[in-house]
Design a protein around this ligand. Structure first.
Ligand code: BEZ
Length: 327
């Protein structure tokens, strides 16, 4: 949002124009950033929000989507949200959990088995309450969660036991919950944001990766790594954020419009992934690469050890596990 529009919104919400009897419509083109490639479903959800917002605002407001890290890394986008240089973002919880460790609880190993249950858990009481920390601690407003498909492990070499991954350069999303998971297993993780993964695999910079089925299909990772462990070891939430500064400058009416249109887009995303996850996995099986189903016994004691490392978040983790049992 430009400075003038931002200030106009601030004036309106401060009631400076109240009493004039007219509520001038402040047309705004909101900018929304993501790190996922253009065709990724998160960007489609953002474009769906754009259509809904345009319709609901009579064409006054719109959302321009900047995918694939065009506006920078997630860390840089968070900084832009904090200053108001960026209006909105659909982000992984990697950077958020580096700043607010309670969010790391969402990555506790083996919380849920599939994207459908992940969506339900993220719409539950414990996950929703975490969003309340965002304005104060990060200067952003959390409208709600989205998800991606569940996390899996893909390798260029066969993996019979987890010991076979020892010494393998294993790509992870750069954040502590996944780093801890792999360190506990004795695997030195290689932190790498998504936009860098394709080249790293092609160049032999990594031998294995923590990844999800949608990305395996979209990037055709099966052409380069022919062994997939279907582990479902963690869910992968996304969060829909609005800049706190931008939010403070909006009228109540516009806040409600953004809240509703973004919440609906995120809810539709949950429904989509619950249905699409098995299809992505079927597409991978059809390629003929080795796909091996394993369960948590493949990772002896990892849950207990991970929870020891995350003992400060134990109340949140316990609350999530209790909710997950009753989904
Ligand atoms: C990843 O880091 O693997 C990732 C990032 C965004 C969406 C899905 C996965």
């Amino acid at each position: 949002m430009g400075y003038m529009k931002h200030m106009m919104g601030a004036l309106l919400s401060a009631g400076v124009l109240a009493g004039i009897g007219v509520a001038p419509a402040v047309a705004t083109e909101f900018r929304l950033g993501t790190i996922v490639p253009s065709g990724h479903v998160w960007n489609e959800a953002a474009r769906a929000m754009d259509s809904a917002l345009q319709e609901a605002s009579g064409g006054a407001h719109s959302v321009s989507v900047f995918p694939a890290g065009q506006l920078g890394s997630e860390e840089q986008m968070v900084q832009q949200l904090q200053t108001g240089a960026l209006d909105m973002a659909f982000l992984t919880i990697a950077d958020v959990s580096n700043r607010i460790p309670d969010f790391g609880a969402l990555y506790a190993p083996f919380l849920v088995d599939n994207a459908g249950d992940a969506g339900k858990l993220l719409q539950g009481e414990t996950a929703t309450a975490l969003l309340d920390q965002l304005p104060q601690k990060m200067g952003v407003v959390g409208i709600g969660y989205g998800i991606a498909t569940m996390r899996q492990i893909m390798s260029v070499r066969p993996v019979d036991t987890i010991a076979d991954l020892e010494g393998a350069k294993t790509r992870i999303t750069p954040f502590k919950p996944f780093r801890d998971f792999y360190s506990i297993l004795g695997i030195a993780p290689t932190p790498m944001p998504l936009p860098d993964v394709y080249d790293a695999l092609a160049n032999g910079q990594v031998d294995a990766m923590d990844i999800d089925p949608e990305l395996i299909v979209n990037f055709k990772f099966y052409d380069r790594a022919e062994h997939l462990l279907l582990t479902n070891h963690a869910m992968f939430p996304m969060v829909g954020l609005v800049s706190g500064r931008v939010w403070a400058g909006l009228s109540d009416e516009d806040k409600a419009l953004l809240d509703t249109t973004m919440s609906n887009a995120l809810a539709d995303l949950m429904v989509f992934y619950a249905e699409a996850e098995p299809d992505f996995i079927a597409q991978i099986r059809e390629t003929g690469i080795e796909v091996r189903d394993v369960d948590r016994d493949f990772f002896p004691n990892v849950v207990e050890q991970w929870e020891d490392v995350w003992s400060e978040q134990k109340p949140v983790i316990d609350a999530l596990r209790a909710e997950a049992e009753n989904l």
